[in-house]
Ligand binder design. Structure first.
Ligand SMILES: Cc1ncc(COP(=O)(O)O)c(C=O)c1O
Length: 379
């Protein structure tokens, strides 16, 4: 950690965003904040400390769940991803809720209940495959799974879930509605079997904002908590629907400092591959950030950064640890001046969406790939 590149987190924004999304749901609906992948690159430790209103947290892996427990988090934690059969005991010992969709997982939990001491009753959330073509059991497998679950004494069948495939990418809600229908039928089957899972959760951020009928007993939202809209289509759909538009405030800024400034002549090449050649006498500033930090290589010769509230173009390729910018038009820029890679400076903003467009990806990936080795400062 050099301290020359860092992330700043707005202290009040995460809980504000959570409250804004929660406003769209019925009173009593729980909120599970998705903080997987280092809280979408923001820093899991810092973000969980800034979310007092979250009822639950969700992460992807066992390691992430244990990390949250090590931070002292006592709230329920749901593991969204797969836990190896050989590691299920560790997950149960840390009282982590499991997303289940394999009989082998249930067999191993039964064995652990029979043969070992587990402090808290194992709690599972059954995931239904409704059309995302990812994790989950098919609706026709429900009877088999329910039978299996019912045979395991001491197991708590706590939740049922699904996840939508096509809300963020379109303003057409047909596919999401079809998935919801499959889910509701599945839920009916489960309830008819006599099982009484007390938590039903399907809604990511886009579903939370656009489709109240997906809310059930708990929202399970990530990107909105970080103050980012899931997509332009989600924003447009919300606008067209006339419903309340949550005031989402980006949580994260990403900053660095100028580590060298020099004037180079016209016709001078910049960076690997000599992909940029100056067309004028140029004041070049060198930044100590590169693709190793998550600053995408596709940003070379494309992105802007902010110096003294003004845009400066990235010139040449982004290197592993260095990036070059043109500050000819910002004559007062000097050594160790702060540079905003992502975020606001005066009237100017570089948004995660703009950076995603430059890099040919989505805002989720831009923030998630910011290196976990950079320090996170709460401001
Ligand atoms: C299973 C699951 N639930 C919820 C979420 C949260 O989605 P979003 O960040 O769009 O709110 C994700 C995100 O990838 C997910 O994989």
């Amino acid at each position: 950690m050099s301290g020359l590149v860092w992330v700043e987190l707005d202290k009040t924004a995460p809980d504000h965003n959570l409250q804004e999304i929660k406003k769209l749901s019925k009173k009593g609906t729980l909120f599970c904040a998705v903080v997987k992948s280092n809280a979408y690159g923001h820093g899991a430790k810092e973000i969980t400390s800034l979310l007092p209103s979250a009822d639950w947290f969700a992460v992807n892996s066992l390691e992430e769940g244990i990390e949250l427990r090590d931070f002292g988090i006592k709230k329920p934690i749901l593991l969204l991803g797969y836990v190896s059969i050989s590691q299920l005991k560790e997950a149960l010992d840390a009282d982590l809720r499991l997303t289940v969709y394999n009989h082998e997982t249930l067999d191993r939990i039964a064995e652990l209940i029979r043969n070992t001491k587990i402090k808290n009753p194992p709690k599972i959330h059954l995931k239904i495959e409704t059309g995302t073509g990812r994790q989950g059991i098919l609706p026709e497998e429900i009877p088999d799974f329910i039978n299996h679950i019912n045979r395991i004494k001491g197991l708590l069948f706590e939740g049922v879930s699904t996840h939508y495939a096509n809300i963020e990418d379109t303003i057409n809600s047909e596919y999401a509605k079809m998935q919801l229908k499959v889910f509701k039928n599945s839920l009916e089957k489960i309830m008819k079997s006599g099982a009484k899972p007390k938590l039903v959760h399907t809604a990511c951020t886009a579903a939370s904002i656009l489709f109240p009928e997906t809310h059930f007993s708990m929202l399970r939202a990530g990107i909105g908590v970080y103050g980012l809209w899931p997509s332009r289509e989600t924003y447009l759909s919300a606008l067209l629907s006339g419903r309340y538009l949550p005031d989402l405030r980006p949580v994260l800024s990403w900053k660095t400092k100028i580590v060298q400034i020099k004037t180079i002549p016209e016709g001078h090449y910049i960076g690997y591959g000599c992909t940029y050649r100056t067309t004028r006498k140029t004041r070049l500033a060198v930044l100590p950030v590169g693709y190793a930090d998550g600053y995408d290589r596709a940003l070379g010769n494309t992105a802007h950064v902010l110096v003294k509230g003004k845009r400066a173009p990235v010139i040449g390729r982004v290197c592993m640890n260095l990036t070059m910018i043109d500050v000819t038009d910002i004559p007062n820029a000097k050594l160790e001046d702060e540079v905003v890679l992502l975020g606001k400076d005066g009237e100017e903003v570089i948004s995660a969406e703009q950076m995603a467009n430059w890099a040919g990806t989505i805002n989720y990936e831009i923030v998630t790939r910011i290196s976990p080795f950079l320090s996170r400062k709460i401001v």
